[in-house]
Design a protein around this ligand. Structure first.
Ligand SMILES: Nc1ncnc2c1ncn2[C@@H]1O[C@H](COP(=O)(O)OP(=O)(O)OP(=O)(O)O)[C@@H](O)[C@H]1O
Ligand SMILES: O=C(O)[C@H](O)COP(=O)(O)O
Length: 403
């Protein structure tokens, strides 16, 4: 059980600084709605019911990525979920933000600008260091308390996650409490039959340590997405290289090569890698190639149909299946087969199943799968895998210390 205080422990009518995580996919400049908005809206609704004044902090994307955009659209989406206006302030702790904060009152909700656009939020550092930033020193005294609700960013030692709770009265919001309780409980379960992990997506830093840490307890790892290609590269296949305009592979290969090779050698028998991959053919349609025939000039966007069949077969004979990261670029219907077919096989199987990853969880609603066919859908990605591996979450630790 966690030992943090929750928003149920707050006196009504406080001025609250609330960190949420509505980091979302951005398609052609349009921020996509999803579970994260819906779940944080529940926290905000509960806070408003207790007459609090709510100033929201959140991030979107990472500097340098095309998903690194302002939060103005996020305010509208949150407003739609809440059925009321959420005021967007295009500033975080400058004059405009301070004027808005000084003027706000019980029952108001405002969303400050993307915290990763302001000095002090990045890079990661010790909570004591982040608490000394101008960002934290300026905003903290203007509020009665801090609410940490961004469970899915609780693995990042950033100012808005660890700096404020270090110096403020701090509480966990509904999302933080719910995700923490469920994800910690998952780790404590044991299973009689085979346990399978389906790992894909774009973040090697999240998925590779999972294989390393859980290699002795998990029976099968079915790999796809970027991580699948990086493992194929250790076997000498010409994949997992950046083509022009992409920055998905080479830096991750440089950072993780040693671990990938070690993990590959140690758990060879448990690792299932794609045997075929999908790409965009000359006619713009989905085409597939056996891994024996791949070339480094071709970008691949999904696992192929033979791989899907093998993975679906593995999950259907499992007692428990954990998913982190999509097997392909499911946002494009041509490359959704791998992700959707394997999720469907999990939904049909008689097993305990958890799907994690902010982006990955979106494929469930995007392709009309039924959320109730899974034991749990977590809106967290990196924090979810850390919960599975038992690694501490700084954003949770700092809330516990604040109690
Ligand atoms: N071969 C591929 N090339 C490029 N992108 C891919 C490929 N396979 C999967 N993806 C992308 O992986 C994404 C999902 O994984 P990602 O690692 O970004 O996040 P996640 O695990 O869902 O969540 P979080 O961001 O919360 O950690 C999807 O948006 C999908 O488009
Ligand atoms: O989407 C996520 O996983 C969280 O919002 C954290 O984002 P980050 O990986 O860019 O820190």
């Amino acid at each position: 059980m966690s030992s943090f205080r929750t928003i149920d422990n707050l006196e009504p009518g406080r001025r609250l600084l609330v960190r949420i995580d509505v980091n979302a996919p951005v398609e052609d400049g349009v921020v996509q709605d999803g579970r994260r908005f819906a779940r944080h809206a529940e926290t905000i609704r509960d806070l408003l019911a207790d007459d609090h004044a709510v100033a929201l902090l959140a991030h979107q994307g990472r500097p340098g990525r095309d998903t690194f955009v302002s939060l103005d659209q996020h305010a509208d989406i949150l407003g739609d979920h809440l059925g009321r206006e959420v005021d967007f302030v295009p500033d975080t702790y400058g004059e405009e933000a301070l004027a808005a904060i000084d003027a706000f009152d019980s029952g108001d909700v405002l969303l400050l600008e993307n915290v990763r656009m302001c000095d002090g939020e990045l890079p990661e550092a010790d909570p004591g260091v982040k608490a000394e930033t101008e960002f934290v020193r300026t905003l903290a005294p203007r509020f009665d308390a801090y609410v940490g609700d961004a469970y899915s960013t609780a693995h990042r030692s950033h100012a808005s996650i660890v700096g404020f709770p270090r110096v403020m009265d701090a509480y966990a919001g509904r999302v933080m409490e719910g995700e923490y309780t469920a994800n910690t409980a998952i780790r404590e379960r044991s299973f009689d039959g085979p346990v399978t992990m389906v790992l894909g997506g774009t973040k090697a830093e999240d998925t590779i340590p999972v294989v390393e840490r859980l290699g002795d307890t998990v029976d099968r790892f079915c790999l796809g997405g970027i991580v699948g290609e990086l493992f194929l590269r250790t076997e000498g296949y010409d994949v997992g290289y950046d083509v022009e305009g992409s920055e998905l592979f080479d830096h991750q290969w440089d950072d993780h090569r040693e671990t990938i090779e070690r993990v590959h050698d140690s758990y060879d028998e448990k690792l299932f890698l794609p045997t075929d991959l999908a790409f965009e053919g000359a006619d713009g349609e989905r085409a597939e190639v056996d891994v024996e025939g791949v070339t480094k000039e071709t970008p691949f966007f999904d696992v192929g149909s033979e791989t899907v069949e093998r993975y679906a077969d593995r999950v259907s004979t499992s007692e428990a299946v954990f998913v982190k990261g999509a097997l392909g670029v499911f946002e494009d219907e041509r490359f959704a087969d791998g992700t959707v077919a394997v999720l469907s096989a999990i939904a049909d199987a008689d097993c305990f199943s958890v799907v994690g990853g902010g982006d990955t969880a979106r494929s469930i609603s995007a392709y009309d799968l039924d959320e109730s066919d899974f034991s749990r859908v977590s809106i967290a990605g990196g924090a979810y895998v850390r919960a599975l591996t038992g690694d501490p979450l700084v954003g949770v630790d700092v809330l516990e210390s604040a109690s």
